[in-house]
Design a protein around this ligand. Sequence first.
Ligand SMILES: [Zn+2]
Length: 342
Amino acid sequence: MKKTKRKWIVAIVVTAVFPLVFVLLILASIFGIDMDADDVMDGGGCSPIGGVDMSAWDATFTKAGVLKDKGDKIKEVATKQGIDPILFAAIAFNETGWGTSRAVVEKNNPGGLMDAATGMSTVKVFATLDEGLEAMGVTLHNRIVKDGLNTVEKLGAVYAPIGVANDPNGLNVNWVPTVNGMIQKLGGLSMNCSTTSAGTGQYIIPVDTPNVSSGFVDRINPVTGVPEHHKGIDFAQPMLSNIKAADDGVVVFAGMGVSGSGFGGYGNVILLEHAKTKEWTLYGHQSGILVKVGQVVRKGDVIGKVGSTGQSTGPHLHFEIRKEKMGGQIDPAPVLGVQTKN
Ligand SMILES: [Zn+2]
């Protein structure tokens, strides 16, 4: 109780003195929830719709305070995170009052990320502005690609909800129009992120005939002869039959799982990231891959063809459901409603 009262007093003082900083803190409390530096993805859910208008981009950056020389860095991080650099820049300008807020000037924190070490009670300090931009990119990826907040309106509803108690001056109502105005100044969006559907959360069986030849069990690896836990289920299928996306998602890995890639033994393999379930599905041992990293796929889309590449003794699809990008496999059989014999 006491703590809540004190927070309010602090809040009122801050509102009176630094309205900009206060808004930043409100946004940051939502913005920084799952700051996780190692949660970087390979792909993204935004498709190019024309390039960046470099003259508008450069002209806008000249008045961006401490961010004025960070145009290239923002592009680099946005590319890595599979999101639109225009959207990234517009949100950074808005969060920092055109690169002038105390958070960005004194703490190298352009995204208003809170510090987990202080229980999210203070703005996180970064050693360099580049580090702060990298962290902001991870968070934006999580909001836009993972959570499916793929329009300015959807982002605004989460970052700056209208009518909430911690927005006594009603400043949140400005978030969407201000960000949209900055996007226009920057030359307009260069990617369409709204093509990413969050998906249904209900996976379909990714092959035409649900013929399970090996379940999610401890077994002797048929290729190496070594005991192992089989981390997925195998569907025995005719060579070159269709492999379908289990739900809407984004391709985050597509290629030969060479040793050291994290996908060794899987042969030609695809990993999809699903925003709705916050899970990944994996499709191994393919003869041919029909999608590439960054591509948005729909549930039921044919993404590859059954093969026997990698550690495999015959044509089949090895299918996994993962709670983490590089692990956390669960048994797909009960999720898909298929029977496994072994
Ligand atoms: Zn398998």
